[in-house]
Structure formats: structure tokens, C-alpha cells
Design a binder for this molecule. Structure first.
Ligand SMILES: [Ca+2]
Ligand SMILES: [Ca+2]
Length: 253
């Protein structure tokens, strides 16, 4: 009899425990997710000049909710904010689905940390390059005959603005010179998966680079096989392009 009572007591306790756990689970399901902090995923254009006032577009998540944006700890002017379209077949988590346009006045710093804030939450800092003397690409530059000539060293800001767009640049150097070519795109959030190809003036492919170990931004070091001109072609590895596909091409020795 005593055992029977004990078993009955244990059974009742177990059922009670199961019911209460279930109730806690349902309670948890009912509570809403805490708000996510704003996230900066991309800056367009990917740089600004020193001692200038520049409009910069930030794309990311929850940026339509920001109440202030700071550059190097100082509040900057917000021009507008809102939802942003996500290009077909691309991910909002990578490219963002909201944006905020700001106006920044830079001093002589070489980079600025941007932080977007809502009333309660801050984004992680996002680095903006501050650099003078960056050239703009000159379209059309689709083929060797339209290639834009760059001096060494230089940096050019370009965009693979449509699917299958190719940007061609040319450089001149003496035989045996060591040339370094680097694409910067991933670090400022560009969806470009850049490929770099070097051709001689006869159209013979000399060198090629796609992803490196650290990044999908292509970089190449090569020796000029002969004195004269070579063509550098920049394109997307998946032949995609569009308004967000910005890059900086750096050419140096
Ligand atoms: Ca272009
Ligand atoms: Ca082009």
C-alpha cells in the first residue's frame, strides 16, 4: 500500500512537471525576439577625400530605424533613410535591405569609423577609406582599344555596372618590372567577386587571379615580360554586375 501511494505520488509529480515545462515552452514561443542592432554592410562610394564634404550611402539592416550616425565619434548629418531594394537573386543579409544617406566632412585622417545608432542599440563600426587622388573609371572601357591608361602607382574607382561588363585598363612599364595589382571590394561590402586578367597588346593572356586565401578580392604580382603596354581586365567571376558592384583597383610596384 505504501509503495502504491509512493508510485502514485511520483506519477502525479512527473505529469505536473511535464505540464509546467510545456507551459514554459509555450510562454517562450509567445515572447517576441529582442530588437536587432542596426548593421552597416556596404558604403557607396567606397571612399571619400580628405578635407571634403561628401555624401555617402550606407546599406545594411535596420538602417531605416537609425536616429544618428557617427563618424569618428562625431554626429554626421542624415540626409534620408528608408527601405532599399535587394537585387534579384541576392541576399538581404549580405547586401542589406535598408539604407541611410549621410553627409560627412573629413579632416586629414586616413580612415573614418562609422557607427549607426538607434535609440537603444549601436551598429558595429564600419571603416570608410579617406584618400585623395583616386581616379574614376572612364566608360566605355570594354575592350583593349578603349582601355583607360593608368600610371604606376595609382588607384581607380570603378563599377561593374551591368551583367557581363568588363573594365579594361592599360599600364606601361619596362621589361622585368615587378607590378602589383589589387582589387578592393569585399571589405567595403561590394558583392563583386572580382577576377583580374592581364593580356599583352596582341590579346595573349599572360596572368590571371581570382580569390586569394583571405578574400574573394583578386590580387596579382607579375613581371613585365617585355617593355611596353599590358591590358588589365576586371570582371565578375559570375558575370554579374549592377549599381552595387563597386571596386577600387590599385596598381603599384
Ligand atoms: Ca565599369
Ligand atoms: Ca566597362
Amino acid at each position: 500500500m505504501f509503495n502504491f501511494i509512493r508510485i502514485l505520488f511520483l506519477t502525479v509529480s512527473l505529469v505536473g512537471l511535464l505540464l509546467s515545462t510545456n507551459a514554459v515552452g509555450q510562454e517562450k514561443k509567445k515572447t517576441e525576439k529582442p530588437p536587432e542592432p542596426p548593421k552597416i554592410l556596404m558604403v557607396i562610394p567606397p571612399f571619400m577625400e580628405q578635407e571634403k564634404t561628401t555624401k555617402i550611402l550606407l546599406r545594411g539592416k535596420q538602417l531605416d530605424l537609425v536616429t544618428s550616425v557617427e563618424a569618428a565619434g562625431k554626429k554626421v548629418k542624415i540626409i534620408r533613410k528608408g527601405k532599399a531594394g535587394v537585387p534579384q537573386g541576392m541576399s538581404a543579409d549580405k547586401l542589406g535591405d535598408t539604407e541611410v544617406e549621410i553627409e560627412i566632412t573629413s579632416q586629414k585622417e586616413e580612415r573614418l569609423e562609422l557607427v549607426a545608432k538607434t535609440d537603444a542599440l549601436n551598429s558595429k563600426p564600419f571603416e570608410l577609406l579617406v584618400k585623395n587622388g583616386i581616379l574614376s573609371e572612364k566608360e566605355p572601357n570594354q575592350g583593349f582599344t578603349q582601355a583607360q591608361e593608368l600610371t604606376i602607382p595609382s588607384m581607380v574607382h570603378g563599377k561593374i555596372q551591368a551583367n557581363q561588363d568588363v573594365d579594361v585598363f592599360k599600364i606601361k612599364a619596362t621589361a622585368g618590372s615587378l607590378i602589383q595589382v589589387k582589387i578592393h571590394a569585399e571589405k567595403f561590402g561590394s558583392p563583386l567577386d572580382a577576377m583580374l586578367t592581364v593580356y599583352d597588346t596582341a590579346g595573349v593572356k599572360l596572368f590571371f587571379a581570382d580569390d586569394s586565401k583571405e578574400s574573394r578580392d583578386a590580387s596579382l604580382s607579375f613581371k613585365m615580360p617585355a617593355a611596353g603596354m599590358v591590358n588589365l581586365c576586371v570582371q565578375d567571376a559570375h558575370d554579374r554586375g549592377g549599381d552595387l558592384f563597386h571596386y577600387l583597383l590599385e596598381v603599384g610596384k
